[in-house]
Design a protein around this ligand. Structure first.
Ligand SMILES: *Cc1c(COP(=O)(O)O)cnc(C)c1O
Length: 855
């Protein structure tokens, strides 16, 4: 495929329509229905053909049509009032402005990908869509947040499927001038650049694109500029393209270049620099080192600077799958940082941050997630289950602690309701419930009848079926230029048949082909005489993942069977535009990952927001929200002998659920042909899940549970010329060197009757060797709970013991700590006594990974 360089000539709008340019220039149009409709009205066919893209539409439309609309007073008035509405949205105080108390002045949100709209394809999958939704909700809620990412010249790849079912990738180049982006410039008009020193006296330069996402700015760094050597222009060629060094260069640019770009951007706009940095997955982790380097420039040493950087950094881990975590050769990292890249930072200090210094770790690699956790005092997973899994997975960084003590919390993902709810459902809410905010509408109200809900669901299914046929036709024409598509393609899917959707990236753990486990059984479900189902499948396999491509091929080959091809189809090139029609158009959203490898999963959330019911393994977000009425849980055969056995058991459970529960309920109709039970489940799903799954809930949780604490600790560290950071660094140094001598030498207990019973008191006296530390440096605590197995406690309570102050601590002797535990529960009681460092600037007793436990 030739790499055609294109450029876009922007239209000159007639005077009365000038406001359209302002509307097209802010991506808020991507979730604001009235603005979308204004653009659609210009040229409905073109709007559909180009795919909802105002900038492209204005460039492509016949200027005579614009002149005509400029004469249409009604249209002009609407354009102007919509523009006024946008300005009002941008200026008016919102949720964040009303928050009482201390809060961050600015938050920088880093991600390697952002999926905001089909018109700005800078994403590959879930992480990108999530980042896009985070920015949109941050805008709606009024957060002072700025997004930071890279601008990829080809984005992720476009997918086509060969006649024998093999995935083919192409990388159409994007022209940034044809996108809703503007170069970041100084007041004198010169373009801002950031530069990174590389080995061999080379330099990587990047310009900075800005996108307006409502009130939020997104900065995208772009290395494809003439100032760079040819090979360096390719650093931002594509998303997750190369491995090793190419990936490292991208991450250096994202983290270090991104932090520099935010600083420049803030100062150009007279805005405060961010006090909170949120890094998503390890990819942007180098941003913490850039901050450390600049603090060293202010006179701090490495450890002091680290305290400041940690305090203000939030690290979110997004996957428990090892392949999702970046690891570089240490020698490569050493080569890149043994330069002037980060003035003042010793490469050995840096390497220590990414070292897998735990059992099972490799001494050859530099692990970006590990560095992320060491550079971020505040860390989280993305669902309750993923939080637990992450605490276990990273337990090695906090040796001696139980996984429950590992300081990684969780905030369950959410999705941006305005972006992911079909306009038909919004207008139903508008007409019957008086609000177009479907996530807060009262769907339980009788003002919306069963018939209303069912008919909107039918409309959305039909719209999807038509889109699927169009896509199949287009894909066929691309491969057979000039030919006439076969007639059966016009009959793919039936707008009245129970429709099951399955679309996501194709890593092995998502088990794209589980449904093919017993082909005859699947065939019978598809062709059932009374209760037929149909299945739509989509998803991209990473270009380097041959196994993923084989899975796609299996599906495509199965679906080629003439008896089945109108009931099951693989749609090529899964993307936002397809997803926006697919989620509302499916009745059931299927997800069958290998538990617990799905960190959260958001496609099922988007489906639920449109009234689809989920049929899923209890993984990711589903165990938190499945309630027996909003869908079905496929039982996981966790204890199966091997993976083949597990697949077999789970596939059979899936078939059974579809055959005996899902399909019969869908086809059980009343006299008006409405499936009452099904509709009642839809209503229940809309009214309970919509608010819970919305990105507004997620972003407000980030504010309250992570951004505010991060801002608080960063302010504490920075006050009075970083006094607390200097003190904390010195204190930590003292604790770390004394710790090998700290020990609980002896614990005496008493007070409990010979046959212990509820109400008894357990008196504890712990003799603790402080190794030169003082009692205030530590917490000596009893950790007790219900004892299960050999070394596990449940329902754990931590209770501090008090030092018994004697006039003079015996030289070299132990200090006595005492306390009393009341036995208030029957059952097997277990306890242990331990010593942990104590400092108000630590957010968790486990934070330093130091503990001394009674022997
Ligand atoms: C939501 C979405 C995803 C992520 O789906 P998961 O269920 O998290 O795998 C991927 N791609 C697109 C286009 C999406 O809209």
């Amino acid at each position: 495929m030739k790499a055609i360089r294109k450029f876009t000539v922007r239209a000159v709008l007639p005077g009365p329509l000038a406001a359209l340019e302002e509307l097209a220039g802010n991506l808020r149009w991507s979730w604001h229905e009235p603005t979308r409709q204004l653009f659609e009205r210009i040229a409905p066919e073109l709007w559909r053909e180009i795919g909802a893209d105002p900038v492209a539409l204005l460039g492509a439309v016949d200027p005579r049509r614009l002149d005509e609309l400029a004469q249409d007073h009604d249209y002009v008035a609407q354009v102007e009032s919509t523009r006024d509405g946008l300005r009002d949205y941008l200026d008016r105080p919102r949720w964040y402005q009303g928050l009482e108390g201390e809060k961050p002045a600015a938050i920088a949100y880093f991600s390697p990908e952002f999926g905001i709209a089909a018109a700005l394809p800078q994403y590959s999958g879930g992480l990108g869509i999530l980042a896009g939704d985070h920015l949109k909700s941050a805008s709606d809620l009024g957060l002072p947040l700025v997004g930071v990412g890279l601008f990829y010249r080809a984005g992720y790849f476009s997918q086509a499927i060969s006649p024998d079912g093999w995935q083919m990738e192409s990388y159409p180049l994007l022209d940034p001038d044809g996108l809703p982006l503007a170069v970041l410039r100084r007041a004198d008009g010169s373009a801002v650049q950031v530069s990174l020193a590389l080995p061999d006296d080379r330099t990587l330069h990047a310009r900075v694109w800005q996108a307006k996402v409502g009130r939020v700015r997104l900065l995208l760094l772009d290395a494809d500029i003439p100032e760079n050597a040819d090979d360096l222009r390719l650093v931002t060629d594509r998303l997750y393209g190369g491995g090793g060094e190419h990936r490292l260069l991208q991450e250096l640019l994202l983290g270090i270049g991104g932090a520099r770009a935010v600083k420049l951007w803030s100062s150009l706009h007279g805005l405060p620099e961010p006090d909170v940095f949120h890094t998503n997955e390890g990819h942007a982790g180098f941003l913490g080192l850039e901050r450390i380097s600049s603090l060293i420039g202010e006179g701090l040493n490495f450890q002091e600077a680290l305290q400041v950087a940690r305090a203000g950094t939030v690290f979110t881990t997004h996957t428990p799958v090892a392949a999702g975590i970046d690891r570089f050769e240490r020698s490569l990292v050493r080569r890149y940082f043994g330069t002037d890249l980060l003035p003042g930072v010793d490469v050995e200090d840096l390497l220590a941050l990414g070292a897998e210094s735990y059992s099972g770790g490799s001494s050859e690699v530099f692990n970006m997630a590990v560095m992320g956790l060491r550079l971020g005092q505040h860390a989280n997973g993305v669902s309750t289950l993923h939080g637990e899994v992450s605490r276990r997975m990273f337990n090695g960084l906090w040796p001696g602690f139980d996984s429950a003590d590992v300081p990684i919390t969780s905030i369950t993902n959410g999705v941006h309701a305005q972006s992911w709810t079909d306009p038909a459902l919004k207008s139903l809410a508008n007409a019957k419930l008086g609000t177009s905010d479907t996530s807060t509408a009262n769907w339980a109200s009788p003002d919306v009848s069963d018939q209303d809900l069912w008919s909107v669901r039918g409309q959305m299914r039909l719209q999807f079926v038509e889109d699927a046929r169009r896509r199949l036709h287009n894909a066929w024409r691309d491969q057979n230029p000039g030919g006439i598509p076969p007639a059966w393609m016009g009959r793919v899917f039936d707008p009245n048949v129970l429709t099951i959707g399955f679309a996501r990236r194709v890593p092995t753990y998502k088990r794209l082909t589980l449904m093919l486990h017993d082909p005859e059984r699947l065939r019978a479900l598809l062709l059932h005489p009374e209760h037929p189902i149909q299945i739509v499948i989509a998803g991209k396999s990473h270009p380097a993942d041959e196994e993923g491509k084989r899975l796609i091929q299996k599906i495509v080959q199965f679906a080629a069977d003439p008896a089945l091809r109108t009931r099951i189809a693989f749609l090529p090139d899964y993307n936002i535009a397809m997803a926006q029609l697919m989620y509302p158009g499916t009745d059931v959203w299927l997800n069958n990952p290998l538990r617990p490898l799905e960190a959260c999963g958001t496609s099922g959330m988007k489906a639920a927001l449109n009234g689809a019911l989920n049929l899923s393994i209890l993984d990711g977000w589903w165990p938190e929200y499945y309630d027996g009425k909003n869908g079905w849980a496929i039982p996981s055969a966790d204890s199966a002998g091997d993976s083949a056995e597990r697949d077999r058991l789970e596939a059979e459970a899936l078939y059974d659920l579809i055959e005996h529960q899902v399909a019969p309920t869908f086809y059980e109709r009343n006299g008006d042909d409405v499936p009452e039970r099904w509709v009642s489940n839809i209503r229940h799903t809309l009214s309970t899940l919509s608010p819970a799954l919305s990105a507004d809930r997620m972003v407000s949780e980030y504010v309250q549970r992570l951004y505010r604490p991060a801002g608080h600790y960063e302010a504490l560290m920075s006050a009075n010329n970083y006094r607390a950071a200097r003190e904390l660094a010195a204190w930590k140094g003292r604790i770390v060197s004394a710790w090998p001598q700290v020990a609980v030498t002896h614990v005496e207990s008493g007070g409990v009757s010979s046959v212990p019973e509820v109400g008894d008191e357990l008196h504890l006296r712990a003799h603790v060797q402080l190794g030169g530390l003082v009692a205030e440096d530590v917490t000596v605590e009893v950790v007790y709970g219900k004892s299960v197995g050999t070394d596990e406690l449940r329902d754990v309570v931590n209770q501090a013991l008090e030092p018994v102050l004697v006039k003079e601590a015996p030289a070299g002797g132990a200090t006595l700590f005492t306390g009393t535990v009341e036995l208030d529960r029957a059952g097997t009681f277990g306890y242990t006594v331990r010593v942990v460092p104590k400092n108000d600037l630590l957010i968790s007793p486990a934070e330093m990974g130091l503990v001394a436990v009674a022997g």
